[in-house]
Design a protein around this ligand. Sequence first.
Ligand SMILES: Nc1ncnc2c1ncn2[C@@H]1O[C@H](COP(=O)(O)OP(=O)(O)OP(=O)(O)O)[C@@H](O)[C@H]1O
Ligand SMILES: [Mg+2]
Length: 203
Amino acid sequence: MGRKKTRGRFIALEGADGTGKSTQALLLADFLKHFGIEAKITREPNNPAILKLIETCTSKEGACLLFAADRASHSQKIEALLEEGFWVISDRFTDSSLAYQAGGWEMKLGEVEKVNAFATPLKPDLTLIFSCTPSRAAKRMRRRGNESSFDQNFPLQRKVGNEYRLLARRGGGRKIMDASAEARKVGARVREEVKRKWKLQTR
Ligand SMILES: Nc1ncnc2c1ncn2[C@@H]1O[C@H](COP(=O)(O)OP(=O)(O)OP(=O)(O)O)[C@@H](O)[C@H]1O
Ligand SMILES: [Mg+2]
């Protein structure tokens, strides 16, 4: 009988639009290889069919439920990868709903939490929340070349950022990362956090 694999670790990358989550996901997965760790990157919204429904949904409550429905099946995929021993880096997870629906859309935080607790019991071992000003994030997205009017909604992005900071104060493995520096520097901070948390040693 094969030896049971050690369960992988689950890291969520969070932050308002354009703060550098996807960039840092790639850098972190690459970095983990030095420790013999194979990381899988996954993202939300996860299911393209649900994303389509979200985009056409005209009710905040409906969209909130759809995000949670997407997360319910996404969590099963993450759980399976963790069981197999992979580390999982998720580009957004539950905190995105708390920050956007409660913070950005001003829905009741307790209700958004309840919906999400019903969708999945899965919680990240570590959540890194990238934080920079909306104008800096917008500049980056302009350079990336596919910003939408949603991305450019500064008041919303500001409310989202504030909610993330409130969430971080609750602890639960959350850490605010200053994302205003260049990507390489932010990456170095991410590596330090991860190395320290799991006392990683190069092989
Ligand atoms: N620290 C940084 N400094 C400058 N540019 C950056 C930095 N991090 C990322 N970028 C660039 O800014 C753009 C946005 O970054 P990225 O796509 O990683 O953000 P994101 O948080 O994943 O955005 P979204 O919320 O839209 O998914 C990209 O073009 C990326 O190359
Ligand atoms: Mg992204």
